[in-house]
Design a protein around this ligand. Structure first.
Ligand code: SF4
Length: 229
């Protein structure tokens, strides 16, 4: 089984009734600005090569972003932020991400969501997070060179730690706390793995200045440094 097979498989997942209903309803009702487009309306898998040393873990697709375009973080303001930052860090070949055929490619980086279906109000429940966690686990297992994980927001942090623990990564007690700039290096079966925290690139954070471009750049620069330059 490779990443492409997992990507294909997750696209058909219907395990969370509330999220299945929402992603499909949004795809029919649409936003006025996109009414001529065919929405994806299904789970959104990760993006980036299998030899990535850096993983970025987000929250969930946006109703009119990834749930519309079919590509993670593509077609919304959060995506504008993260892909521009990945480009500045040398991990993307272009700073914008508007549609699945816009030519965007990532290098040494795989970006995934903790929950793969768009939730109402961008808020999955803890039960939905846990139901989706085997997909996250499977995807991380298939990244053998992974050395650094950048987690965007506390929700992704809470989703990731149990997944890592089940994969044999030693999680200290008390559990490492999420924060912007948090950094913890864990002992994993395949060697050390560093987890970095960043505030999420949501408009709530970027419009208010809680997260600035230099703050995000600092975390990604650190990730590149830890991954080996
Ligand atoms: Fe499946 Fe995850 Fe979507 Fe739930 S959120 S339906 S587990 S892909």
């Amino acid at each position: 089984v490779d990443l492409a097979a997992v990507d294909e498989r997750v696209s058909g997942c219907r395990a969370c009734p509330r999220l299945v209903a929402w992603r499909e309803e949004v795809a029919v009702v649409k936003r006025a600005a996109f009414r001529d487009q065919v929405y994806w309306g299904r789970p959104v898998h990760g993006m980036g090569p299998a030899d990535a040393r850096i993983g970025v873990v987000g929250l969930a697709p946006a109703a009119h972003g990834g749930n519309r375009t079919g590509r993670i973080f593509t077609g919304d303001r959060s995506g504008d932020w993260i892909f521009a930052a990945l480009w500045r860090a040398g991990l993307a070949n272009q700073p914008t991400s508007v549609s699945i055929d816009d030519g965007l490619e990532l290098t040494d980086c795989r970006i995934v969501a903790a929950v793969r279906c768009a939730p109402p109000d961008n808020a999955p429940t803890p039960a939905e997070r846990d139901t989706c966690s085997p997909w996250l686990a499977r995807e991380l297992e298939l990244l053998p060179r992974l050395r650094v994980l950048v987690v965007l927001g506390g929700f992704g942090w809470s989703a990731l730690l149990p997944v890592l623990a089940r994969a044999g990564v030693e999680i200290p007690r008390p559990k490492p706390r999420f924060g912007h700039g948090a950094e913890v290096t864990l002992a994993g079966p395949g060697g050390p793995l560093t987890v970095l925290g960043s505030y999420h690139v949501s408009q709530q954070n970027t419009f208010t200045g809680r997260l600035t471009e230099p703050m995000l750049d600092a975390v990604l620069t650190r990730a590149v440094e830890l991954a080996g330059g």
